[in-house]
Design a protein around this ligand. Sequence first.
Ligand code: GDG
Length: 463
Amino acid sequence: MSRLVVVSNRVGPVKDAARAGGLAVALVDALRAQGGLWYGWSGKTNRRAADSASIESAENLDLATVDLTPDEHTDYYNGFANRCLWPLFHYRIDLTAFDRRYYEGYRRVNAKFARVLFPLLRADDTIWVHDYHFLAFGNELRHMGAEQPIGFFLHIPFPAREVLATLPHHDAMVRGLFAYDVLGFQTERDCERFRDYAVREAGGVVNGDHVHCFGRTVAVHAFPIGIDTEGFAQIAAEDKEARRQYEKVTKGLAGRCQIVGVDRLDYTKGIAERFQAYERLLKEYPETHRQVSYLQIAATSRGEVAEYRQMREELDGLSGHINGTYGDFDWTPLRYLNKPMPRRALAGLYRASKIGLVTPLRDGMNLVAKEYVAAQDPEDPGVLILSRFAGASYQMPEAIIVNPYDTKEVADALQIARYMSLQERRERFEALMVRLKTEDVARWRDDFLSTLAAVRRRVPAAS
Ligand code: GDG
């Protein structure tokens, strides 16, 4: 069996993968089974960061990490990846800060990662590259002469052609993707948008699952990422910490209906629009007062990017306004917490919440929607309200599907969820769980790797 090399911006955790969640567990399992190498950024910046990797070994698995200089980190990570590609791929052209310096830094750092990995590769390796940090990485490896099968999976949405075309150098970015053998996207819609770009912007030709363009051929497939459904359901039902959290929350609610939102604090997640929809519920349905309680967990991420600081201020303002207007001495309508909760406690929190409110404005998949459902009590399950713009909505049509921009529709969905009969809740839950169990994270990983194993490199790197 060939060795698996996983490339992702952040590496690990390996020892305590279960604490981090399904994705880390699925990757560690595959790396261990095949004897693997996990490669990426160390998370450290260092003025004298050299072109070399530190390698650590742990049970049939090596971790190789590279430091970045502060300039590389600013241009590649904060700059091009997070201030340019992230907003643009989520349709926020208004927030996209294109800067040639960021672009060049991104290209340079992709080349550096490739240069450091290349001598560590073996002829029979299979390489699996993850996400928008490494669009140009495969092509850099090919230029160095790598001939191994290389697959790429994009965790975020692939944008519509006209949106992508606003990015200077979009053509070079997409051309670079053709160095991969397999391109994996979250949904069939992402595949369609990729094919549309290739055909209409670059004169590509589609032939079944393959796209020919720039003298190369890639296999394009949707691999919707899942969670460890059975494992998470078991934690929610049986784990001590999950039970403790469930009981604590249930007691504190004193019979109120809890609505829960759990997100990384990010403008793509639609948290401000969600707060406005909740305010609309309180305004238009006064009978909800004292009967509902909304808990939003939004742990800070990327705090160093200015747009994220502004968003925090906006959310602080909105939550203060809602509680000031509708709250009372004995009722806080909205609790908004900026700190993370341990994964096991999160499972208990989901289970104690009658409504899961997952309303991103754009999302590649959204794993919170899946975790919320998996954590429910099958005898008395809660209701998921899910944005139509999350990739998860295609696999989860039994959720209440909403337009997150329409605050009235979301407020009404909250009312529908509150009054939904036990029978309907069970029917929806059972249908959702059947799919979540078959289309779990192990299936996602195995489908991707078997597709990659089936391809053979046919074409040389382009200039
Ligand atoms: C990207 C794509 C795609 C959140 N708060 C806490 C916490 N979390 C965990 C959740 C969930 C994960 O973080 C978030 O996953 P999402 O899928 O919702 O979103 P992104 O972070 O944006 O991930 C996304 C994903 O990649 C996978 O391909 O689905 O579309 O944007 O697992 O539970 N975990 C803990 N405490 C928290 O407070 N322990």
